[in-house]
Design a protein around this ligand. Structure first.
Ligand SMILES: [Zn+2]
Length: 436
């Protein structure tokens, strides 16, 4: 080979095949995503235009079969783990590289909508489709995941963490099946549930795209939410003890009325959460007076207290302020207030700061508008933060509606989300997270 040709050959080899950049990916197809959303919405369709696709129902099983068909048609290798999580793998060029995981869920609450969960799964499918169209093979293997029974307590992701408690298996949901039987019904194997456990560090990253479920992005007319984390939830049972007495014969200045204390305390909860700097929320959502008769001064009131924030210290601080004020109210009114902390509460789950940056950059590169925001609702991502660097992408919910047949996200908004998801995957594949 003449020298000059050899040199040319080296040059050509050096630039061919071209390193695929994120710009090489086509844009996501809003039409294709809408078609898939509508097809999935047929499984468990209800009269209100939403779905009853509760985990372990016939509709859930049929919806999963539809999704598996879509995944196979894209040439992905599908497997279902013992917890009935669906995984669809696309090989990478480097067998030693850790897989990049992304996905969401397709089960719904009873009387649910067509976007909470499915949007993330359909966007993940779209990302795979875009890579196929571009003919781009990533270095890392890619895995799409459809978590089982998200709405019934993050069952699939808890099992991946190895945190699904044996006593949870007997819990029956609206499908009429228990978590144990239901998992088997949709393709899992509850006897082998331990095999679903994933060792922390097995994945390069995890990304979940989801509808916001709140109204911030819609109100501010923004395309993308870069999720800072899933807020922690503190729950308390509050008991107020006064003295039950005749509502007709007991003078107003001689009462120890548990209900009046409860009312003052409820106002205090609202005021403290509202006036303390920060984005915390606090709610009294349940209240019951005893004995509960129109002509008896309540001797006891039981009520709930919930506080949510991205930081545990903030939750603790708000609670301390509420408790202090409760004791002052109690002292004034001759009642007694006690708080019992409930273990069902969950800790805040911040996303990985590097993942936020990667998502932000992918969003900017597309020219889409965005903001950072917390997630007030729970997601499988809150389990995944313990297994891999985790990021979440929100797309707008029209009117902030969710867990309702009126849930809606426009096809264009979904497509923008899929664009960001696909480019986030590409950036991570190119090493954006650095060594970890
Ligand atoms: Zn969801």
């Amino acid at each position: 080979m003449p020298k000059i040709t050899a040199l040319l050959a080296v040059l050509v080899l050096a630039v061919w095949p071209p390193a695929a950049s994120t710009q090489d990916l086509p844009k996501a197809s809003a039409d294709r995503m809408e078609t898939r959303i509508k097809a999935l919405a047929e499984f468990g369709k209800n009269a209100d235009g939403g779905v009853d696709r509760v985990a372990y129902s016939d509709a859930d099983k049929a919806g999963r079969a539809y999704i598996i068909g879509q995944l196979r048609s894209l040439g992905l290798e599908v497997r279902v783990d013992a917890a009935a999580n669906i995984f669809a793998r696309r090989s990478g060029t480097d067998p030693s590289a850790k897989p990049i995981l992304f996905g969401s869920h397709i089960d719904s609450v009873p009387g649910g909508g067509n976007y909470d969960g499915p949007t993330g799964v359909i966007a993940a499918i779209e990302a795979m489709e875009l890579l196929n169209t571009a003919g781009h093979t990533t270095r890392h293997p890619l895995e799409l995941v459809v978590f089982s029974n998200e709405e019934g307590g993050l069952v699939g992701s808890l099992a991946m963490r190895g945190h699904l408690k044996p006593e949870a298996l007997a819990v029956v949901n609206a499908s009429g099946r228990s978590i144990g039987d239901g998992t088997n019904f949709i393709g899992g194997n509850i006897d082998e549930i331990a095999s679903a456990t994933v060792t922390p560090g097995s994945y390069e990253a995890f990304i979940e795209l989801h509808i916001e479920q709140g109204g911030i992005l819609d109100e501010e007319k923004l395309d993308i939410g870069v999720v800072e984390g899933i807020v922690g939830i503190g729950w308390w049972d509050v008991t107020i003890e006064g003295y039950a007495n005749h509502g007709g014969t007991t003078a107003m200045n001689n009462r120890r009325d548990a209900m009046v204390t409860a009312a003052e305390l409820t106002l205090a909860v609202n005021r403290i959460a509202l006036t303390t700097p920060g984005r915390q929320v606090a709610t009294v959502g349940r209240i019951q007076a005893f004995p509960g008769a129109p002509n008896v001064i309540p001797g006891r009131v039981e009520m709930s207290l919930e506080i949510r924030d991205l930081e545990q210290a903030k939750i603790d601080g708000i609670f301390a302020a509420i408790e202090k004020e409760a004791q002052q109210i109690a002292a004034r009114s001759g009642t007694k207030v006690s708080f019992e902390y409930l273990e069902v509460a969950s800790e805040p789950a911040p996303t990985d700061p590097r993942m936020r940056k990667v998502i932000e950059k992918a969003t900017r590169n597309m020219g889409y508008s965005y903001r950072y925001l917390p997630s007030g609702a729970g997601h499988d991502a809150q389990d995944m933060v313990h297994l891999a660097p985790t990021g979440m992408i929100f797309v707008p919910s029209v009117g902030g509606v969710s867990h309702s047949p009126n849930e809606f996200t426009t096809p264009e908004a979904m497509a923008k989300g899929a664009d960001v998801l696909a480019r986030t995957i590409m950036a991570i594949d190119a090493g954006s997270l650095g060594e970890h």
